[in-house]
Write a protein that binds this ligand. Structure first.
Ligand code: KG4
Ligand code: ZN
Length: 343
């Protein structure tokens, strides 16, 4: 089965074709980052309009890359939620229309299920059941995954998502949007022991997260310490040290909660996915923790950590096999949609 995957839930238009016999055969991505960078965050209306501009040419490009015509496809999968409603509707309208015109099935995909299944694009794939840490710009979730569609959320964030905390800290330090990778780069030159940042919710039992206190602590530290700097060199070093201390606090919190959840559930595999899973220090910490505590971590390769069409295509193929589809011509998008509602 050859399935077209369409991702348009936020600021990336991602299109891919996945063949259930041979794997991924084409994959194209257009990022709107430059468009939104000047505003310091995603502007929803601009995002929708840019998806409208880019989505059809990108689908054509993806078919060309695969050497296929639309007619050769067996199904179309698209992100139906959660995300920005206007952006989701662009993908839903185009996906559903192509499927309808070809008289082929259309499959609604949950964006976070796409992230959760992204490591299946790798050669070494995780097998069900596993524990999953989903860390993106909008979500921080610890999920007990028993099988496809059997998801129990064990931990969620009470306020900011991990990626959002990275982005806000980057903004505070004057780094570009989205700031996760710039914090990571800066942190490499910093001293992560200069300040002791709090590890939110670590002293309480349970698997919940909270990053807003850490964000405030970071801001207060920056504002107090920058007043004591006497040169630009000192300011730059302070920024790097703050980035390193902040990153260590986030990684420490995420990894220790993963270990707690591994011990609680008895899972032997941990899938880490979503934009923040591209963070090299997080990957390194969880890999070492896996060696020590005998669990196996699975990460998507870097290009499939952040939003992309390939994870939607692979999730769509599995979902189609698992559930079939409900044949109707309704175009729906679900801006808020819990993973636990999936079957
Ligand atoms: O999964 P994603 O592309 O979009 C959402 O579904 O939200 O995740 C984007 C998030 C952003 O907050 C971005 O700053 C963060 O992932 N991110 C990183 C890194 N690369 C991307 N955070 C930390 N370190 C990175 N290397
Ligand atoms: Zn995402």
């Amino acid at each position: 089965m050859k399935i077209l995957g369409i991702e348009s839930s936020c600021d990336e238009t991602g299109i891919a074709i996945y063949d259930t016999e041979v794997g991924l055969i084409a994959d194209q991505l257009y990022s709107q980052i430059e468009l939104h960078a000047q505003y310091g965050g995603v502007v929803p209306e601009l995002a929708s309009r840019d998806h409208v501009r880019k989505i059809v040419p990108l689908i054509q490009q993806t078919c060309d890359e695969a050497g296929l015509k639309l007619n050769d496809l067996d199904a179309v999968a698209y992100t139906a939620g959660p995300g920005l409603v206007g952006a989701l509707l662009v993908g839903a309208c185009v996906g559903k229309s192509i499927a309808w015109a070809l008289d082929k099935p259309a499959v609604e995909v949950h964006h976070m299920e796409g992230h959760l299944l992204a490591p299946l694009l790798e050669t070494e794939k995780p097998e069900f059941p596993f524990l999953c840490l989903l860390v993106s710009g909008g979500h921080t979730l610890l999920v007990d995954v028993q099988a496809l569609g059997q998801y129990e959320i064990l931990g969620d964030t009470l306020d900011d998502a991990a990626g959002e905390a990275f982005d806000k800290t980057a903004k505070l330090l004057g780094l570009p949007y989205p700031g996760g990778r710039y914090i990571a780069e800066l942190a490499e030159q910093g001293d992560d022991q200069r300040f002791k940042f709090p590890r939110p919710m670590m002293n309480r039992p349970g698997l919940q997260f909270s990053f807003s206190g850490l964000k405030t602590h970071t801001r207060v530290t920056w504002e107090q310490a920058k007043g004591q700097c006497n040169s630009n060199v000192e300011i730059q070093q302070l920024k790097a040290d703050i980035a390193a201390c902040f990153q260590l606090a986030v990684i420490d919190t995420l990894s220790k909660k993963c270990l707690r959840a591994i011990k609680q559930t008895g899972h032997q595999s941990l899938v880490i996915s979503g934009g923040v899973s591209a963070n090299a220090a997080l990957r390194d910490t969880l890999t070492k923790m896996g060696h020590k505590h005998r669990f196996k971590p699975f990460f998507p390769s870097l290009k499939y950590c952040t939003d992309n069409g390939a994870m939607i295509a692979v999730a769509g193929a599995l979902r189609f096999k698992h559930k079939g589809i409900e044949q109707n011509n309704l175009i729906k998008a679900y801006p808020r949609w819990s993973l636990e509602q999936l079957l």
